[in-house]
Design a protein around this ligand. Structure first.
Ligand SMILES: [Zn+2]
Length: 337
C-alpha cells in the first residue's frame, strides 16, 4: 500500500474513533478524559493533513510502523518516549515475557517412547519463535516449532495467538497437514494482512512412526546415524494464501533416531566474515550422534554455533528442538512425564 493509501486508512479509522468519542461524550459523565482523547484524535488528523503524521516530534525521524499501527495517536519514536511512557512500555514488555514463558512446554519432555529437549533464546526481551510439545495420550506426542514474521513484542503476540490456535486444533486429532490447513485458514481470516508465520508440526507415536508437515519453515533434519537427511516437503507459510494445502510426510524411526527442528536464527547466524552457519555444517555436526540424549545434541549444536560465530552478535531469535526415540523399534512405551 502506498503511504497515501495507509494514511487514508488511518484517517478513516481516526474519524470513526472521533464519532464514537463524540457519542460517548454526549452520554457519559467522564468528560475530561474523553475530551482529552478527542483532542489527541484531532491532533493526529491535523498531522495527516499537514504531512507530519508518523514523524517523531523530537528527532523528526519516522516513528516505528508497527507501533503506529497499534496506536495511531503516538507522537514520538521509541528513543524519545517520556519517562512514564517508557516505564509503561517496560511494564508491558515484562508482562509479555511472563505470558510467553508460561506458554513454553517443559524443557525436558518424555512420553510415548520419545524424549525431547529444546533451547529457546529470544533476541530481545521476547521472541517471535514458537515451540510446543504435547503428550496427546500414552500413545503419541505432538511437536511444533514456528517463527512469526518480525521480532519483538508484535511477533511475540502473534506467537501467543499461534499457540492458542494450535492448542485448540490439536484436540481434533487431525493429521499434521490438515492441522496446518485449518490453522492457515484461521490465520488468513483473523490476522492482520502482512502477518505470517512459518510452522513445522508433527505427531510421533509409540510405534516409532512420525507424521510431519511444514508450512515454509526451515527443513527438519532426520537424525539417523551416518545417514542424516532433511525432509524436503515444505509449502507456504501460514497467512500467505488462504487455500494452501499441506502434505503430511510419514517416516519410521528406530531407537536413538530422531529429529532436529530449528528456527532460521540457527542457519542464518553469521560469523565475522559474514558467512552463514548453514545446513551443511549442521548436517556434518550430527553425522555421528548415536547414544547422545536430546539435551546433549542441543548442547553440541549451541557449542558449535558459538565456535562458528566467535562472539559475533546474534540478529534473530533462536530455537532448536530435538526429539529422539528412546524405545526399541515397534516397542510401545506408556511412560508420560
Ligand atoms: Zn525520535
Amino acid at each position: 500500500m502506498s503511504t497515501l493509501g495507509i494514511e487514508t486508512e488511518v484517517q478513516r479509522q481516526l474519524l470513526d474513533r472521533r464519532g464514537r468519542l463524540e457519542n460517548a461524550i454526549q452520554q457519559n459523565g467522564n468528560e475530561v478524559q474523553l475530551r482529552g482523547l478527542l483532542e489527541q484524535v484531532d491532533a493526529a488528523l491535523d498531522r495527516i493533513n499537514q504531512g507530519t503524521y508518523g514523524i517523531c516530534e523530537t528527532c523528526h525521524d519516522t516513528i516505528e510502523q508497527d507501533r503506529l499501527e497499534r496506536n495511531p495517536l503516538i507522537r514520538y519514536c521509541l528513543d524519545h518516549l517520556t519517562a512514564p511512557e517508557r516505564q509503561a512500555l517496560q511494564d508491558d514488555l515484562d508482562l509479555a515475557l511472563r505470558i510467553q514463558q508460561n506458554l513454553l512446554p517443559n524443557r525436558e519432555f518424555r512420553a510415548a517412547g520419545w524424549e525431547a529437549y529444546y533451547h529457546y533464546e529470544p533476541l530481545g526481551p521476547v521472541s517471535g519463535d514458537y515451540c510446543d510439545l504435547v503428550a496427546e495420550d500414552d500413545k503419541s506426542i505432538f511437536f511444533l516449532l514456528g517463527d512469526a514474521a518480525g521480532k519483538g513484542v508484535a511477533a511475540s503476540l502473534l506467537m501467543s495467538q499461534l499457540h492458542a490456535i494450535f492448542r485448540t486444533l490439536m484436540a481434533l486429532r487431525l493429521t499434521p497437514g490438515q492441522l496446518l490447513e485449518r490453522a492457515n485458514r484461521l490465520f488468513c481470516e483473523f490476522m492482520l494482512p502482512g502477518h505470517y508465520a512459518t510452522v513445522i508440526c508433527g505427531r510421533a507415536d509409540d510405534s516409532g512412526k512420525i507424521e510431519i508437515a511444514n508450512a515454509g519453515h526451515c527443513l527438519p533434519l532426520v537424525l539417523r546415524n551416518g545417514q542424516n537427511i532433511t525432509i524436503q516437503n515444505s509449502t507456504f507459510p501460514l497467512g500467505l494464501f488462504c487455500e494452501s494445502e499441506y502434505a503430511t510426510t510419514t517416516l519410521q524411526l528406530g531407537k536413538d533416531e530422531g529429529l532436529l527442528l530449528y528456527s532460521d536464527g540457527l542457519l542464518e547466524a553469521n560469523n565475522s566474515s559474514g558467512d552463514e552457519y548453514g545446513e551443511e555444517r549442521l548436517q556434518r555436526l550430527f553425522m555421528n550422534c548415536n547414544g547422545r540424549t536430546p539435551k546433549e545434541l542441543i548442547e553440541n549444536c549451541l557449542e558449535d554455533l558459538r565456535k562458528f560465530q566467535l562472539g559475533q552478535a546474534r540478529k534473530d531469535d533462536l530455537t532448536v528442538l530435538s526429539i529422539l526415540r528412546t524405545a526399541a523399534a515397534g516397542a510401545a512405551s506408556a511412560r508420560v512425564a
